[in-house]
Design a protein around this ligand. Sequence first.
Ligand code: NAD
Ligand code: DAU
Length: 356
Amino acid sequence: MNILITGGAGFIGSAVIRYLINETKHNILNVDKLTYAGNLESLAAVANNPRYHFCQADICDKNHLIQLFNNFQPDAVMHLAAESHVDRSISSSAEFIQTNIVGTFQLLEASRHYWNSLSKEKQSLFRFHHISTDEVYGDLNNSATELFTEVTPYAPSSPYSASKASSDHLVRAWYRTYGLPVIITNCSNNYGPYHFPEKLIPLTILNAMQGKKLPVYGNGEQIRDWLYVEDHARALYVVVTKAKAGETYNIGGHNEQKNIDVVKDICSLLDELVPNKTFGITSYKELITFIPDRPGHDVRYAIDATKIKRDLNWVPQESFQSGLRKTVLWYLNNQEWVNRILTGEYQKWIQKQYQS
Ligand code: NAD
Ligand code: DAU
């Protein structure tokens, strides 16, 4: 297959591309604008593979997309490009509306334009796979055992989740109205290597390593359902190759954790792995600092992943304990990646890549 992936230089997109290049024979075109969150270094291990191609492009630019579709002739689109950070959406939402809603609309239109030109057989095999979030469902009660299913009503809380919910609605409308063969997946919180250090887990690891405060919003009792990013990448591959058009799948790790416990677990791992601290503390837990809560903070997310297990035989392979240890070790062993991001060296690195 020729698979066009948007947002392939991001955290999850790069995991998907590494998986597809290493584990399958498919050809990949990575279409990414390279915002602050896009990082081609995350793809260094596969960048020289002849089945991997990259084009810097904005998904809001429909004409450029049409050109890319005509040249690459994709059998499937996996749409991951988005503005993804909830806190940024609260302080400045315009880019979220632009990329997540308008960008998805332009990508749907470019796909439809291209899809209309295909033979009937190719049309029926084509898939537009929209990668979305469990945040579209709003939140669950902290003390209840209820889970998000594929029919849970949408009730997004933040500008980010509202923009993702809007894009889900557009994708479903393009299926119902135009017959474009779409699939939507809604996944819980991912964690693992190459995660941008604005999100809770990498931020906690990196702050602790520098003896900085570990910010926990509110009382830290909020719950997230964590999934190792490589389990998500495998799930997305199963879905794009096996799911029927029009289907929705929830993806999650059956792994609910309170934020405060996640932060404490990271501190315990670091106490074991990096015992010699130079900041006058005996445990990294002493750096934990409760700060004012995120406005509109969702209380609890938890996914019922029964459908994807039943229909497509996908289950997560990584436990939270082993996945978190791998993640902490990855950040400890990849200081160069981290430093380049933190110091802005990344931009210089990219320019050099383009020149060579
Ligand atoms: P990310 O922020 O790490 O990466 C997003 C990528 O999209 C970056 O490479 C960026 O350069 C690119 N991009 C942004 N705007 C673009 C534009 N206008 N045109 C082209 N490229 C653009 O995000 P992520 O965490 O990898 O998330 C990927 C997708 O998965 C998103 O759609 C997100 O909503 C969804 N998702 C994420 C999680 C999670 O826990 N991270 C969970 C469920 C769903
Ligand atoms: O549920 C899926 C979503 O998970 C994805 O759709 C989003 O793209 C992704 O960013 C993630 O959203 P969250 O807001 O849940 O992730 P984040 O890492 O920002 O925060 C996780 C939890 O930790 C959340 O309850 C807020 C809290 N938090 C976060 C940060 C950055 C803190 O307590 N302190 C922090 O410094």
